[in-house]
Design a protein around this ligand. Structure first.
Ligand SMILES: C[S@@+](CC[C@H](N)C(=O)[O-])C[C@H]1O[C@@H](n2cnc3c(N)ncnc32)[C@H](O)[C@@H]1O
Length: 362
């Protein structure tokens, strides 16, 4: 999207920080250009007249997952996002994209990591806002000392965090870090993947549920691929039985525990599986009413083949990469699918990134 520079950017770091490259584009032009990216991706796949809905807008100040980079340079610590197309860390004083509670931690976190002997030169700090507060996980490039752990504990108490962790190891849990995923409550692993905004997540969920086949019965079942911690799983289970497949073991364990805790074991089965190395097969897909897939940025790759060969009448594709979507949608068209609905969602406000949900039917 080309910047027109006709509205003032809201952040003082605009133009340097690589996070929000489109802040100065007037809203209407920005939303139209993003929707156009989905129209264009589907046209490239051979769906020239795909029914693409209006853009679902997400406001600034709502991002609930932020991964800040850390760099120690001389005596100072830089904390922020990378500069555009660079490994340089832009030291930030504000982040209007993030939830205010996350932005308020920027300065205190910088002070905290400066004191840590386990932080030598580079690292990162991932903040997830969950139902009742913030979950913070630090990745450092050295071994944390006992004193470092004491600093982390004091920081978590001072800022009333839910949990503070070193990588995936919790150092202190002050309150159960729960997350309501619309029909299922889970405790995500430290730093685990979450959709970046709550409103965007709800929009994805609504578009996926709206795309389900009309004639589902209690006995129908859905195969959900790349399920994460279950962002869509609980909502899907309200309509059919779900077999949820995910490659990250910690995410699977979180989802499985949530399913048991919420008494959904009769509706949802969970499988830890690397879909790149061991895709779900045509045989395993046989009889499913629908396959829902939400692959990582580089797409479903080798998993697509079995979907193409299967007789699954409906495939709902959640995408964060329009170029890969174009490639994989073309294969779906060649296998006899048409586009039933397509929804662009501004899950990454003020950036060129686009999230979309495309419903394919045979
Ligand atoms: C875009 S996220 C979507 C997660 C979930 N549907 C959500 O909305 O939160 C992609 C998911 O794919 C998983 N993943 C990546 N590569 C995978 C693979 N080879 N096999 C299985 N899962 C994989 C990631 O762990 C991540 O949970």
């Amino acid at each position: 999207m080309s910047s027109t520079g006709t509205v003032p950017a809201v952040c003082r770091h605009f133009g340097i920080c690589g996070g929000c490259t489109e802040q100065d584009v007037p809203e209407q032009i920005y939303h139209a250009a993003k929707r156009e990216r989905l129209i264009e991706a589907l046209a490239r796949a051979g769906f020239a007249d795909a029914p693409v809905a209006e853009m679902i807008a997400i406001p600034m100040g709502t991002r609930r997952r932020v991964d800040f980079a850390l760099l120690r340079q001389g005596g100072a610590v830089r904390l922020g996002l990378h500069a555009a197309k660079s490994r340089d860390v832009v030291d930030i004083a504000e982040c209007p994209l993030a939830l205010p509670a996350i932005a308020a931690l920027i300065a205190p976190l910088r002070e905290l990591v400066a004191k840590l002997s386990g932080f030598r030169k580079s690292g990162s700090v991932l903040i997830n806002a969950l139902d009742h507060g913030l979950d913070v996980s630090l990745a450092l490039d050295g071994a944390a000392s006992a004193a470092d752990r004491s600093w982390l504990i004091a920081f978590a108490r001072d800022h009333a965090l839910l949990r503070i962790s070193l990588g995936d190891e919790p150092v202190l849990v002050l309150r159960e870090p729960t997350l309501d995923l619309g029909g299922l409550t889970v405790i995500p692993p430290p730093g685990g993947f979450l959709q970046p905004t709550v409103a965007g997540e709800a929009a994805i969920r609504a578009a996926v549920v709206a795309g389900l086949p009309g004639k589902l019965t209690r006995k129908s079942w859905i195969v959900e691929l790349y399920a994460g911690v279950g962002t869509l799983t609980g909502a899907l289970a309200g309509h059919a039985r779900v077999h949820a497949v995910e490659g990250n073991k910690a995410a699977c364990a979180a989802l499985e525990a949530g399913v048991r805790q919420d008494g959904l074991a009769g509706r949802i089965t969970v499988e830890a599986r690397d879909l790149a190395r061991r895709p779900v097969t045509v045989k395993e897909l046989a009889g499913a009413a629908c396959v829902v897939l939400d692959p990582p940025f580089d797409g479903a790759g080798s998993q697509i083949g079995a979907i193409l060969e299967s007789k699954v009448p409906r495939a709902i594709y959640v995408s964060c990469n329009p170029d890969v979507l174009a490639r994989e949608a073309k294969l779906l068209r060649q296998a006899g699918y048409r586009v039933v609905a397509a929804a662009p969602i501004d899950q990454f406000p003020a950036s060129a990134h686009l999230e979309s949900v495309v419903v394919f039917g045979k």
